[in-house]
Design a protein around this ligand. Structure first.
Ligand code: NDP
Length: 458
C-alpha cells in the first residue's frame, strides 16, 4: 500500500458499498468508507425494508376481513399511521446501527459526509483528504421527477416513508415497481388511490400474463388504474391538489407521488474530471468486472444501472472483492436474476418472459394455471393466483417462471435455484409437490397450452 492512506476507499454506504468494504477488509486490506446520509442506503433506509414493513401493515386490512370466513369475529379495526411510522423508524434506526457495527467489526474506518474525487487516488470528505490505491463507487440512485409543471407539490417514495398523516386521496404516477407497490400500500391502508400510467399496461418488461393478471387484481381491490394517460400539470389549491390529466380529466387529491424511475447518483463526485466515463443517462460505465474507464476505480450497484436490485449490488461487490483482493477474477452473472414486486397480491419472477423466450428459443411449451388459492375458498375473497412455466421446446429447459399470488416471492426464490441449475421440465415433473400448497402447482402442470401460445391470459 506504499504511499496510500488506504488500500480501498468506498464511496457510498448502501448494500453494495458496505458489502464491498467489509469483504475487502476481511482479506486484510485497509479500508475506509464514506456515506453522506445514513449507513444502509436506499434499501435499508428508504426502500426495500421500510417498504415491505408498510406492505405488511396494509395487508392486515384484508386479513381482518378474511378472518370472518374462518369463524373469527373481529371488532371494527382502526389504524394509526403515526404508530406505524414510529415503529418502522425504530426498526430502521436499529438496522442502521447494525450496519455501522458490522463495518466497525470488520475493521473498516467510516466517515459521515459527502465524498468526491480530487484525482484518481484522492478522496475529499468535508475538510478531510485521503488517498487510496483503489476506489469503489457505490452511490446508488435517486428518484427522478417528471418535467411537467407543478411537481414541486409532489413527492417521491423517499418522502412517502415520513408523511405526517395518511393521505385520504392519493395519485401515483408510473407503472413500475415503486408505483405498483405504493398503490397497494396506500390502497390497503384505506386511501383512495388513482394510479396513472402512460403505457397500455403496468409493469412493462414483465411477462404479459403477470401484467394482465396483476392489473386485474389491483383494480378489483379498488385502485383506480388509468392507463395511456399522462399528468399534464399539478395545481395547488387551498386545501388540496388538482391533477390535470392528458385526457382532459382532473383528479382531486391530497398527495401526488412520482414513481417514474430513478437516476444514478453521480452528482458532484468529481467523476468526469478524473476520467470516469458516464453513459447518457448518467450511469457509470463499467466492464464485466465492474471496472470503470479509470484503471483503479470500480463501481457497483444502481449507480451503474445494470439490474437495480439490492442482491445484485451485493453480488457485484463480492465479485469485485474476489477480482481485486482474492486474485480470483470473477464477473457477476447477471442472467436469471429473480425479482419480486411486493404488490397485493405479490409477483415473483425469474428467467425470460414469453416474448423474450420466443425470440431466443423459438418454439416453446407454455404451462399456465390460474386458480383461487385454498385460503380464499373460505375467506370468500375473489383473488386469483396465476402461475406460468416457459419451456424451450427443443431442450425442454425451463427458461421462465412467473407467478402472481400469495407468497409468490417466497416461492419463486426456490424456483430460481432450479432455473440457475438449468432444470428441464422433466426435472420439474420428477419433483414431488408439497400438498396442499400453491407452490406444488409448479411441479404438477402437465399439459402445455394448446394453440396460440403467445396469447396472454386476459
Ligand atoms: P421503474 O423503472 O420500475 O418504473 C418507472 C415507471 O415510470 C415506468 O412505468 C415508466 O414508464 C414511468 N416513467 C418513467 N419516466 C416517465 C415520465 N417522464 N413520465 C411518465 N412516466 C414515466 O422505476 P421505479 O421508480 O418504479 O423503481 C426504480 C427501480 O428500483 C426499479 O427499476 C427496480 O430496479 C428498483 N425497485 C425494485 C423493487 C423490488 O425489487 N421489489 C421495488 C422498488 C424499486 P414506461 O414503462 O413507459 O417506461
Amino acid at each position: 500500500m506504499a504511499g496510500y492512506d488506504y488500500d480501498l476507499f468506498v464511496i457510498g454506504g448502501g448494500s453494495g458499498g458496505v458489502r464491498g468494504a467489509r469483504m475487502a477488509a476481511g482479506t486484510g486490506a485497509k479500508v475506509a468508507i464514506a456515506e453522506s446520509y445514513r449507513y444502509g442506503g436506499t434499501c435499508v433506509i428508504r426502500g426495500c425494508v421500510p417498504k415491505k414493513l408498510l406492505s405488511y401493515a396494509s395487508h392486515f386490512h384484508e386479513d381482518f376481513e378474511d378472518a370472518a370466513g374462518f369463524g373469527w369475529t373481529v371488532p371494527q379495526p382502526s389504524f394509526d399511521w403515526a404508530k406505524l411510522i414510529a415503529n418502522k423508524d425504530k426498526e430502521i434506526d436499529r438496522l442502521e446501527g447494525v450496519y455501522e457495527k458490522l463495518l466497525k467489526g470488520a475493521g473498516v474506518e467510516f466517515y459521515h459526509g459527502h465524498a468526491r474525487l480530487l484525482d484518481a487516488h484522492t478522496v475529499e470528505v468535508g475538510e478531510q483528504r485521503f488517498t487510496a490505491k483503489i476506489i469503489l463507487i457505490a452511490t446508488g440512485g435517486a428518484p427522478s421527477f417528471p418535467m411537467e409543471p407543478g411537481w414541486e407539490h409532489g413527492i417521491s417514495s423517499n418522502e412517502a416513508f415520513h408523511l405526517e398523516e395518511l393521505p385520504k386521496r392519493v395519485v401515483i404516477y408510473g407503472g413500475g415497481f415503486i408505483a405498483v407497490e405504493f398503490a397497494g400500500i396506500f390502497n390497503g391502508l384505506g386511501s383512495e388511490v388513482t394510479q396513472v400510467y402512460r403505457g397500455p399496461q403496468i409493469l412493462r418488461g414483465f411477462d404479459d400474463d403477470i401484467r394482465n393478471t396483476l392489473a386485474g387484481e389491483i383494480v378489483k381491490k379498488g385502485v383506480n388504474l388509468v392507463v395511456e394517460t399522462t399528468i399534464d400539470r399539478i395545481e395547488k389549491r387551498e386545501k388540496d391538489l388538482l391533477v390535470h390529466l392528458s385526457d382532459g380529466s382532473e383528479v382531486e387529491c391530497d398527495l401526488v407521488m412520482a414513481a417514474t424511475g430513478r437516476s444514478p447518483n453521480v452528482h458532484n463526485l468529481g467523476l468526469e474530471e478524473v476520467g470516469v466515463e458516464l453513459a447518457r443517462n448518467g450511469a457509470i460505465k463499467v466492464d464485466e468486472f465492474s471496472k470503470t474507464t479509470v484503471d483503479n476505480i470500480y463501481a457497483v450497484g444502481d449507480v451503474t444501472d445494470r439490474i437495480n436490485l439490492t442482491p445484485v449490488a451485493i453480488q457485484e461487490a463480492m465479485a469485485f472483492v474476489d477480482t481485486v483482493y482474492r486474485d480470483t477474477p470473477r464477473a457477476m452473472d447477471h442472467a436469471d436474476v429473480p425479482s419480486a414486486v411486493f404488490s397485493h397480491p405479490p409477483v415473483g419472477t425469474v428467467g425470460l418472459t414469453e416474448l423474450q423466450a420466443r425470440e431466443r428459443h423459438g418454439a416453446l411449451d407454455i404451462y399456465r394455471s390460474t386458480f383461487r388459492p385454498l385460503k380464499h375458498t373460505l375467506s370468500g375473497r375473489d383473488e386469483k393466483t396465476m402461475m406460468k412455466l416457459i419451456v424451450a421446446k427443443d431442450t425442454q429447459r425451463v427458461v421462465g417462471v412467473h407467478m402472481v399470488g400469495l407468497d409468490a416471492p417466497e416461492i419463486v426464490q426456490g424456483m430460481a435455484v432450479a432455473i440457475k441449475a438449468g432444470a428441464t421440465k422433466q426435472v420439474f415433473d420428477a419433483t414431488v409437490g408439497i400438498h396442499p400448497t400453491a407452490a406444488e402447482e409448479f411441479v404438477t402442470m402437465r399439459e402445455p397450452i394448446p394453440g396460440d401460445q403467445a396469447k396472454a391470459a386476459e
